[in-house]
Design a protein around this ligand. Structure first.
Ligand SMILES: NC(=O)c1ccc[n+]([C@@H]2O[C@H](COP(=O)([O-])OP(=O)(O)OC[C@H]3O[C@@H](n4cnc5c(N)ncnc54)[C@H](O)[C@@H]3O)[C@@H](O)[C@H]2O)c1
Ligand SMILES: O=C(O)C(=O)C[C@]1(C(=O)O)C=C[C@@H](O)C=C1
Length: 342
């Protein structure tokens, strides 16, 4: 954000964390003199509501958002605290590391990643626009979702995989050195996130236990039937061995089909997109209007980058789209009087 000209002020319970982040160029640890545009809360899920409520009571910002990995609980906690939710939008960038703290941060962490926004009909449009601008400034892809649907989705794609990775890695703790020495790329891929901070994951799992238990129960059923199938493969009975082989193959085939659904642009093979560059005015609502116009032209924006001009009140927005969509988008935007750059 600082590299894009945004004035960022940092505050943390642990002063040294804020000072380290400031020294790395993330902003200044000096409190702002005036009300800021957007207060971004990045604390463990259980502390989100109290931290936001405190910031709201002090009138620190025009808009407020959090980046916690779970969305239903913090919203319910804020409601229970009697906070005005119109100036708040819950968000979650789907990007992170297996390491915590400011030293684990990288400036391109959010680039090309989905960033979930969970506005409700009560959310102020200006606040949603500020959040969209933040997402675009970080080069992330905005995804709008309902908070509860988000929590079920991350139980499937993030929280259960963390537990399963930990469980596979836990098998290695007391394994023979002669076995561990043989570790190759496969186990490295499966266990990378097992190196994550247990305290951070306890906070996340404690905030989303039901949906994670549901996914894990389905997985446990697969595990149980795979154990039985492998035992059947040891049988002297031909029919039992055939059934066992069919059941083991079934889980491998289903796994391959699931893997094929993991989207390429969020971490797998990079894809070539074409860029449509649009000059926008530096005023509230411009980005939202641009995204809406792209949407009504039926074009999916795969990625967004913004270059800010310090000399003038304008920014250059690079919209990344599928090559076949680029001429369609360019024509639609020209029709709506947007100024396009070559
Ligand atoms: N690390 C990831 O992969 C990742 C990705 C997306 C979202 N998140 C979410 O982002 C949030 C922060 O995670 P992180 O990985 O940056 O953790 P972190 O441990 O690196 O940072 C959390 C910071 O919050 C501070 N803190 C704790 N309680 C506080 C309070 N009451 N007031 C002010 N500061 C307080 C801590 O001192 C710490 O510096 C969490 O809600 C997490 O779920 C994490
Ligand atoms: O890649 C990793 O190391 C992560 O754990 C990142 C990851 C994820 O599961 O994708 C983990 C938790 C956050 O809420 C968001 C992102």
């Amino acid at each position: 954000l600082t590299a894009r000209g945004v004035d960022v002020r940092l505050s943390d319970l642990d002063d040294s964390a804020a000072r380290t982040a400031a020294a790395l160029g993330a902003g200044s640890a000096v409190p702002p003199a005036d009300t800021v545009d957007l207060v971004i809360v990045a604390v463990p899920p259980a502390h989100v509501a109290a931290t936001l409520a405190d910031a709201m009571t002090r009138g620190l910002g025009r808009g407020y958002l959090d980046v916690a990995s779970v969305k239903g609980g913090p919203r319910r906690d804020l409601e229970a605290l009697g906070c005005d939710l119109s100036a708040y939008v819950g968000t979650h960038p789907m990007a992170g590391r297996e390491r915590s703290g400011p030293l684990a941060a990288t400036e391109d962490l959010f680039e090309g990643r989905p960033w979930v926004l969970t506005p409700t009909p009560a959310t102020d449009t200006d606040v949603l626009n500020l959040a969209l601008e933040l997402v675009a400034l970080c080069g992330a892809v905005p995804v709008v979702m309902d908070a509860e649907a988000h929590d079920r989705a991350v139980a499937l794609v993030s929280h259960t995989p963390q537990l399963v990775s930990s469980m596979v890695a836990a098998r290695l703790e007391h394994a023979e050195d002669s076995a561990v020495r043989l570790c190759g790329q496969g186990i490295l891929d499966v266990t990378r996130i097992a190196g994550s901070e247990p305290a951070m994951w306890m906070d996340i799992l404690a905030a989303n236990p039901g949906p994670v238990a549901d996914v894990l129960a389905d997985l446990a059923a697969d595990l149980g039937s795979t154990v039985e199938a492998l035992r059947a493969l040891q049988s002297a009975d031909d029919a039992k061995r055939r059934d066992g082989a069919a059941a083991v193959r079934d889980v491998l085939v289903r796994g391959r089909a699931g893997r094929a659904k993991v989207p390429g642009k969020h971490g797998a093979a990079p894809k070539a997109y074409e860029v449509v560059a649009v000059l926008i005015g530096d005023q509230p609502g411009e980005l939202a209007r641009l995204f809406a116009d792209a949407g009504s032209a039926g074009v999916n924006i795969e990625d967004v980058r913004i270059e800010h001009s310090t000399a003038q009140q304008a920014g250059l927005v690079h919209l990344f789209v599928e090559p076949r969509s680029a001429p369609v988008l360019a024509a639609a935007l020209r029709d709506r009087a947007w100024s396009l750059r070559p």
